[in-house]
Design a binder for this molecule. Structure first.
Ligand code: M6R
Length: 573
């Protein structure tokens, strides 16, 4: 949900440097982009579309000692050049880039207009620039409502304000970098300060000064090479192919910590797995893992709904929040609600230093490395891996869980051959012109049916729905017509016959059955073979659907890395 970057330097630097950083945040939004550089006067340029459009417009290099830039995921004000950030005050002295929603902006705008301020855009952000004409950043932070982070550049310095949305500052020898996350500047420095809610930092060429307590930087050890496409055409296919390593890395945890957290789960009562989007499918899987493997009931709720269920919590409840970014506003609001009821919070997170990680009592890193494609893949399989490990640890069988994940990683590696990819590509060619796709699964693989549908919707813009196979007869069968593709996820477990029966009901009504299964079956019109992975079957079974979504996107002319209308990190509610 919008990416913001800034640089303050002792020497002049070029606008290209800011755009290079901004490109690493493009996954956060790509409706429009803009830049402001502070030289002898304030230079500002904006354009609708991806950052490459802005790059074309910046005729050669603009230089300065301070600069800010923004890539937008529109919330308030339509996608126009005027609404692109940065936004300026009446005198064009203050430039602001912002991530969040100023929920009371209409009231504030009315008040500012009455006082004579002239507005140029329909955005909420512009009120910040006008408020800063007469008020301190502290007062502005207190005045604006909602989850927000902004950078304001004036008098050759940048003021960074965080209250809800994320911000990180990178400290290099002669430069200070500011960004929505650390990835844009990790190649320049590993020394990072993650701002907390309520933090205001003033950055000029002499250093970083916090209003209130000064923060010390921490070292971040992410492998930045992993955030590059390498020889792959898209991040999405690269990240799908990264999964054997991601599963193994997820399984490489501190045994003591895993045992401690699984013990906490065992001793808790009235606990919940919570998450959003793809991570919510991992959370639902985790609930199935705990029920099937550890025989322990843990509730499941999506982050945005959870605050309405907080009344069931006690001080014995544990919230296990799952998130790739650790910055999803709905998930953060959910843990805030839980803490308000004295529940404890454990998180399973991919991005080190993220807000969720810092706000949890205990945290496990999924270790999937940077995930850039908006559509989440390797983060999901690593979330499944950590959840499975916890379920095994909860029954005192951690080593068995680790062995299973190691074997699964090996099986996935062997599965992902060129021939395998070409087979799924050929399937995409066959069904790319269809309007609907239905997916059925049961038990451990019911959440995988939901996840498979989400992948296809997000990147190929096709209507896809996942169902529990047993639900077909309760209404879904009415949707089946001749030739409709239906994916049946058939694990070699107690659910096998039920899912096959569901597929048969679809087939006799004309459906085209695509089976994802270790064994072929007469009922399948197209068979995608997967290795039998026992309790880890969801990890293996989701991968063919990720590949299918990728190839469907290519067939339908969609960019697999940038999903229409979506942003990777949803930092607004
Ligand atoms: O960063 P998070 O895991 O908290 O993000 C949650 C969802 O926004 C995310 O999984 C979203 O659904 C992805 N676009 C899925 O591919």
């Amino acid at each position: 949900m919008c990416g913001i970057v800034g640089i303050v330097s002792k020497e002049d630097f070029s606008s290209e440097e800011l755009l290079m950083m901004l490109k690493k945040l493009e996954y956060r939004g790509y409706d429009s982009a803009g830049i402001a550089m502070s030289g002898s006067k304030l230079y500002m340029e904006k354009s609708v579309g991806k950052i490459s459009e802005l790059e074309k417009k910046l005729d050669g290099k603009i230089t300065g000692k301070a600069g800010i830039a923004h890539t937008r995921w529109a919330t308030t004000g339509s996608v126009t050049q005027l609404n692109a950030h940065p936004h300026a005050d009446c005198k064009n002295n203050i430039a602001v880039v912002h991530n969040g929603i100023v929920e009371n902006y209409l009231k504030l705008k009315k008040m500012l207009v009455t006082k004579g301020h002239k507005f140029k855009s329909d955005t909420d952000t512009e009120v910040i620039a006008h408020l800063l004409e007469d008020h301190s950043p502290e007062d502005v932070m207190k005045t604006i409502e909602g989850r927000n982070a902004f950078l304001a550049m004036y008098n050759g310095r940048i003021v960074a304000v965080k209250n809800g949305s994320p911000l990180a500052i990178g400290i290099a020898k002669d430069r200070y970098y500011i960004a929505s996350d650390a990835l844009p500047f990790l190649e320049k420095t590993r020394d990072v300060i993650f701002l907390d809610d309520g933090d205001i930092a003033e950055i000029d060429e002499k250093g970083v000064k916090f209003c209130g307590e000064q923060h010390e930087p921490q070292r971040i050890d992410w492998d930045v090479e992993e955030a590059k496409k390498g020889t792959y055409a898209h991040f999405l296919i690269k990240e799908i192919m990264d999964q054997p390593a991601a599963i193994e890395n997820a399984a490489t945890q501190n045994d003591e910590k895993i045992r401690e957290i699984s013990g906490m789960i065992n001793n808790s009562f009235g606990s919940f797995f919570i998450a959003c989007g793809t991570a919510s499918h991992a959370a639902l899987s985790a609930s199935y893992f705990f029920s099937g493997i550890a025989k322990k009931h843990i509730n499941f709720s999506v982050g945005s709904e959870f605050p309405l269920q907080k009344h069931f919590l006690t001080d014995r409840s544990l919230i296990i929040a799952i998130s790739q970014s650790g910055e999803t506003a709905d998930t953060l609001e959910a843990i805030k609600a839980a803490k308000g009821e004295n529940a404890k919070v454990v998180s399973i997170v991919n991005v080190p230093g993220s807000t969720l990680m810092r706000q949890s009592e205990y945290s496990l890193l999924t270790n999937a490395g940077p995930e850039i494609a908006v559509c989440s893949t390797k983060a999901f399989t690593s979330q499944l891996s950590v959840s499975l490990l916890l379920a095994y640890a909860a029954t005192g069988r951690l080593d068995e869980g680790k062995k299973l994940l190691k074997e699964t990683s090996k099986k996935v590696k062997e599965m992902l051959t060129d021939a395998y990819l070409m087979k799924i590509k050929s399937l995409a060619g066959k069904i790319a012109d269809k309007e609907h796709i239905y997916i059925i699964g049961k038990g451990f693989n019911y959440p995988i049916a939901l996840e498979a549908a989400l992948k296809i919707k997000e990147v190929a813009y096709m209507h896809a729905e996942g169902f529990a196979s047993g639900e077909l007869k309760h209404g879904v069968l009415a949707l089946i017509e001749k030739g409709v593709p239906c994916i049946a996820i058939v694990a070699d477990d107690e659910t096998k016959q039920d899912v096959i029966n569901g597929a048969a009901e679809i087939k006799l009504r004309g459906g085209y059955i695509i089976g994802i299964s270790p064994d072929n079956n007469d009922i399948f019109d197209f068979w995608i073979q997967v290795p039998d992975a026992g309790n880890a079957s969801p990890i293996v079974n989701v991968i063919p659907s990720q590949l299918l979504a990728y190839y469907l996107a290519l067939e339908r002319g969609c960019d697999p890395d940038y999903c229409r209308n979506l942003a990777k990190s949803c930092t607004v509610k």
